[in-house]
Design a binder for this molecule. Structure first.
Ligand code: GLN
Length: 501
């Protein structure tokens, strides 16, 4: 039993037991629904629980097993879907009033692939409205609470998915990561969360926020489960024009290859500004890599410090364009008014929350004539600099290491009225999105407050194999549950003081 609730059996082990007939999918799904019924009133991980559909689907999986057919590598595994992934005939709200009542006519490619692998969708999870936020507090359906401490946020924007896995509601979930929305909530909830290389997982059926940054990825309780899920959802999809038409790395099969002889670079600038106890954990994670035979060195990638400011021009610019489609005509909410233009204004005024409106205004301003080159154009040049900075680091390093989040889970309400403080939550995760590179957050002990810390590994484009190998090493060497983790900077050792505030 973890402090967050029941620790679910890892997904791949469950699937094996179901495929061999040792366990029945209907029982597994019933246990998941019972856990949700017991505690989701308190946590609010779900916008919608699909109990009937999940039971029917689990029965179908059991029928296949009984008939000697193989339902697939995720047979009978309960999975939670972020509510910005399209599900045919099922409400998909992005936790926004403007999509109330909208039911997509098709499934996202990742949803189809999970179904083909035998997984059982148990519900749609809460999120920051249109994935804009770092705490799941901008949701129109109210915040999700962190299962480890319900006075704290679960992170965001995929906070419902992260908390659902941490609470033991489902062993797997999917989220989307535009600037850190999988990795940051994974870190704050003490689970594994991974953002794939841009283009390796289809975005078809993911409601767009910032199309050049958005990627879908898994949440799991183990690195192997995240790897198995990536293997299922990854791969070329002709329905997504940005999908890479080349082989996607297969990762589950390489997990135990270790990292002996590889070079791990600890990124100095990712430690800057992180809390001292978080920094201490990352230094300990580096020692785990060294003990596994890797060469560990400190590297400087000064460009990553520019990530946040570039992101807050590029992401809102793309969002202002993507969200123009919510006009009261094609989707969800319509507020009636005497003519089309005023209907449009009334619908958007009532339908969008404050953070979404802030992003639309920021983005529209950045793209407007006269400012375009000074803001958007400049941000694109910075983006190129960040890619070059990483390229330099990867000349000597195979993977990079740093914190996922500068702090552990913060109290509900603490940053909601301070957008800049909220935006800073993603300072360590945003550079990978701008570069299009893969990254993963692995639970690595707790901070001085007893709350989870995530160690983040970064790799070059299509470097998923080495990324997952290093993640497996960190997982195996992570401090045991209950390890005090409190840091006494006076005691010397791991803390260098660099990250201390
Ligand atoms: N927190 C960041 C933002 O608000 C990233 C969100 C995300 O990755 N979807 O934009």
């Amino acid at each position: 039993m973890s402090p967050a609730g029941a620790t679910p059996a890892p997904a791949l082990a469950l699937a094996d037991a179901i495929r061999s007939g040792e366990r029945r999918a209907v029982e597994v799904v019933e246990a998941s629904l019972a856990a949700i019924a017991e505690r989701d009133g308190e946590l609010h991980c779900f916008n919608l629980v699909l109990a009937d559909q999940a039971r029917a689907r689990a029965a179908e999986v059991d029928r296949m097993v009984a008939a000697g057919e193989d339902p697939g590598p995720l047979a009978g595994v309960p999975v939670a879907l972020k509510d910005n992934l399209c599900t045919r005939g099922i409400d998909t709200t992005c936790s926004s009033r403007i999509l109330a009542g909208w039911r997509p006519p098709y499934d996202a490619t990742v949803v189809t692939r999970l179904a083909r692998a035998g997984a059982v969708v148990v519900g749609k999870t809460n999120m920051d409205e249109f994935a804009m936020g770092s705490s799941t507090e901008t949701s129109a359906t109210g915040p999700t609470r962190n299962p480890h401490d319900t006075s704290r946020v679960p992170g965001g924007s995929s906070g419902g998915s992260a908390a659902a896995v941490a609470a033991g509601f489902a062993p797997l979930a999917l989220g989307s990561d535009t600037g850190g929305s999988i990795r940051q909530p994974a870190a704050l909830c003490g689970v594994v969360g991974m953002k794939p290389t841009y283009g390796t997982v289809s975005r078809y059926g993911l409601v767009a926020f910032a199309s050049s940054l958005d990627q879908i990825g898994p949440f799991a309780t183990t690195v192997a489960d995240a790897a198995g899920t990536f293997d299922v959802i990854g791969g070329h999809d002709p329905a997504d024009s940005t999908s890479l038409d080349r082989p996607t790395p297969r990762v589950l099969s390489v997990l135990d290859e270790g990292i002996a002889g590889l070079t791990v670079g600890v990124v100095r600038e990712l430690l800057d500004g992180a809390d001292a106890d978080v920094v201490a954990r990352i230094r300990a994670a580096a020692e785990v890599c060294a003990a596994a035979g890797a060469r560990v060195e400190e590297v400087s990638v000064p460009e990553v410090a520019l990530g946040l400011s570039a992101y807050y021009l590029i992401a809102p610019a793309e969002a202002s364009s993507n969200l123009a489609r919510y006009d009261g005509v094609r989707y969800g909410l319509r507020v009636e008014a005497p003519d089309a233009a005023s209907m449009n204004v009334a619908t958007r005024t009532a339908g969008f929350g404050a953070e979404v409106k802030r992003r639309i205004m920021l983005g529209t301003y950045a793209l407007s004539a006269g400012y375009y080159d000074a803001y958007y154009g400049q941000a694109l040049r910075v983006r190129t600099r960040i890619i070059e900075g990483f390229e330099r680091a990867y000349r000597t390093c195979d993977v990079l290491l740093g914190p996922t989040s500068p702090t552990t889970a913060f109290p509900l309400g603490e940053r909601l009225d301070d957008p800049l403080a909220m935006y800073l939550s993603d300072v360590c995760t945003i550079p990978s999105n701008l570069a299009g590179h893969p990254a993963i957050s692995v639970p690595f002990g707790t901070g001085g407050d007893g709350l989870p810390v995530g160690a983040q590994l970064l790799a070059p484009a299509l470097g998923e194999s080495v990324l997952f190998r290093a993640a497996a090493v960190l997982e195996a060497g992570a401090p045991p549950a209950g390890d005090p983790g409190a840091v006494d900077p006076g005691a010397g050792g791991a803390v260098t003081g660099e990250g201390a505030r």
